[in-house]
Write a protein that binds this ligand. Structure first.
Ligand code: ADP
Ligand code: MG
Length: 323
């Protein structure tokens, strides 16, 4: 399903949560809304789901209007053909795994082959044989798989995720990230994923939408956003930035060298602040003369307090257009 958001906006008590926003989610694409807490990600997702009413603007699903403030169109949630997975799983505690998954199908009136559809969905998330368990008898990861199975069992046109993995520990989070990504791809689902975790966003998405304070700052492939952030906030929020001028040009740590390699490399002087071994390499923070703190990588230790020269090739410097 293709989703189009046109000039959608929302305020709560006259405070804007989302400024007028345009966004298109292409069919079959995995799009992530990435931004700090309070920037309006959940509000945007809930408006798509029909759980929150935009103050203005319109939303289209495969060209059909599902919301228009002007035309007073507001297709209810259960008719929007979408699945949802949230952080707190939202499973019914008094229902078994089977009943939880079947619930969505019953609500969606897809009652034919109910057993078969529940079975398929549970199979897909590797929960075969767990049909009769209750949520409290499952691990966090298993609970999240049930929530996912319930969401996809109805074969929705789009699946919406709101920070679905943030309640899980780091190892499980990474495992589930890979699993969910594979499932969404295999099913050819259009997905909108909300997170404040840049690693999650970078690793899962076809497209990342970076948000701040109720607006979209940049939309693009993860590689593009990392290499060419449109503004300082994006540069700082995704990956590490070493600033060469206050808030205008920067270089990523992997392009900072400890030796002069090319004749036109620029040289910067600083003092080592800290050295962290992170496995495979050392992450070194350096207080640069007249600049901020940089991060650079190396293969061996360097002493704290040591004076160092760092080199940057001019072509690795990324400049941002700021007003
Ligand atoms: P995010 O999901 O990016 O953390 P939200 O969309 O939840 O951000 O919130 C955006 C802004 O809108 C925040 O300032 C939040 O406090 C406010 N907000 C969200 N929902 C409500 C609500 N139901 N009532 C009042 N303010 C709200
Ligand atoms: Mg949120």
């Amino acid at each position: 399903m293709k989703l189009e958001i046109r000039q959608v906006q929302k305020s709560f008590n006259r405070t804007p949560a989302l400024l007028p926003t345009d966004l298109t989610l292409e069919h079959g694409q995995f799009t992530t809304l990435l931004g700090p807490s309070g920037c309006g990600k959940t509000t945007l997702l809930r408006m798509l789901a029909g759980l929150e009413q935009p103050d203005a603007g319109a939303i289209y699903a495969d060209g059909q209007c599902i919301y228009s403030a002007e035309k007073r169109i507001d297709v209810p949630t259960h008719k929007r053909n979408l699945g949802m997975v949230f952080q707190d799983f939202a499973l019914w505690p008094h229902m078994t795994v089977y009943e939880n998954v079947a619930f969505g199908l019953r609500a969606g009136k897809q009652k034919s082959d109910l057993r078969q559809k529940v079975k398929e969905a549970l199979d897909m998330v590797r929960l075969k044989g767990m049909e009769d368990r209750y949520p409290h008898q499952l691990s966090g990861g298993q609970q999240q798989r049930v929530a996912f199975a319930r969401a996809v069992a109805v074969r929705p046109g789009v699946i919406l995720f709101d920070e679905p993995l943030s309640a899980l520990d780091a190892v499980l989070r990474e495992e589930m990230r890979i699993e969910m990504m594979a499932l969404v791809r295999d099913m050819g689902l259009t997905a909108l994923y909300v997170t404040h975790d840049q690693v999650e966003a970078m690793s899962m998405s076809d497209e990342i939408v970076v948000m701040e304070k109720g607006r979209i700052l940049q939309k693009g492939r993860p590689e593009t956003i990392y290499a060419t952030p449109s503004e300082p906030f994006v540069a700082s929020f995704i990956g590490k930035s070493n600033w060469l001028t206050p808030n205008q040009s920067m270089v990523r740590p992997e392009y900072v060298s400890w030796n002069k390699i090319n004749h036109d490399d620029l040289r910067y002087h600083g003092v080592v602040l800290s050295v962290s071994y992170v496995g495979e390499r050392y992450e070194v923070r350096v207080q640069m003369d007249g600049l901020g703190v940089w991060t650079a990588y190396r293969n061996n230790r360097v002493g704290i307090g040591e004076q160092v020269d760092l080199y940057v090739s001019p072509e690795r410097i990324h400049r941002m257009n700021i007003e």
